[in-house]
Design a protein around this ligand. Structure first.
Ligand code: ZN
Ligand code: ZN
Length: 272
């Protein structure tokens, strides 16, 4: 009898633990993927569900890249002309780059929420704008891939934000997602370097490890485009593996009115 009671107690304990675990998982899911309809940015209640899960106020405040932008990298420009200083002075391996937002204000907040704030649902929000930018600008591609992180860096963060964005974009644009690239070199010491040294340090850091990119047009996804060094190196690796061309799509891009050498202050922004 005692033994039976003990068993029942143990069973009750187990089911209790199961219930606690279930609640814990539900709470975690709720935190990561909220189900009530609120603005993903300011969390105010949304009365209707529009194209984006963002309220009218935030939609208006978002720092969209205007029409005045570099024909190559898509950076917003203050001066007249077709190409920004960076693209005039350095050659790009990618065909073109586009981003819906300039990297400031609300766009910085959204990207920081995604990378450091535990709000992984922000990948879905940003990807909605990015996919629309892709379609709006008449970009084309056959395969989606993303800028990889060094294994050590990714383990520390627990995820790669570029991969989360790429996954959502591939789904929206109905294209296959391919983890084509790996980062061979740990460039975490990168932050302290000047833009020029940084580009040099990145040389050969990425490698394409799949053959499916051969003769294909590839869309490379990343969160922020700053100096362009990362996108350039990844594009080089993809072209080396036989890709026909590489286009880049990021959530945000920094305003490029300065030359590559003067770009150093931007480096501290990039926590990658
Ligand atoms: Zn809002
Ligand atoms: Zn440019």
């Amino acid at each position: 009898m005692t033994e039976y009671k003990g068993k029942a107690k143990f069973k009750a304990y187990l089911s209790g633990a199961g219930e606690a675990l279930r609640r814990c998982v539900a709470a975690l899911e709720g935190a990561l993927y909220p189900t009530e309809i609120t603005c993903d940015i300011c969390l105010s209640e949304l009365r209707t569900r529009g194209r984006y899960r963002v309220c009218a106020n935030c939609l208006e405040e978002l720092p969209y890249v205007g029409d005045k932008r570099c024909l190559n990298c898509g950076a917003p420009m203050s001066d007249e002309g077709d190409y920004c200083n960076r693209c005039q002075n350095t050659e790009s391996s990618f065909k073109l780059c586009r981003a819906p937002f300039e990297y400031r204000d609300l766009a910085v907040r959204m990207i920081h929420d995604l990378k450091f704030g535990g709000k992984q649902y922000m990948a879905e929000t940003l990807a909605a704008f990015m996919a629309d930018e892709f379609l709006k600008d008449g970009m084309s591609a056959e395969i989606v891939c993303f800028v990889p992180m060094a294994p050590k860096e990714e383990k520390k963060r627990g995820f790669n934000q570029a991969e989360l964005l790429a996954r959502e974009i591939a789904e929206r644009l109905n294209m296959p997602l391919l983890p084509a690239l790996v980062k061979r070199k740990d460039t975490t010491e990168q932050k302290a370097l000047s833009a020029r040294d940084r580009a040099k340090n990145l040389e050969g850091a990425y490698e394409c490890v799949v053959s499916q990119v051969k003769k294909r047009s590839v869309l490379l996804v990343d969160d922020v485009f700053t100096t362009g060094a990362t996108s350039n190196e990844c594009a080089k690796a993809l072209l080396k593996a036989g890709a026909r061309e590489v286009s880049v799509l990021t959530a945000a891009i920094t305003r490029q009115k300065m030359s590559f050498e003067q770009d150093d202050r931007l480096v501290s922004d990039d926590k990658k």
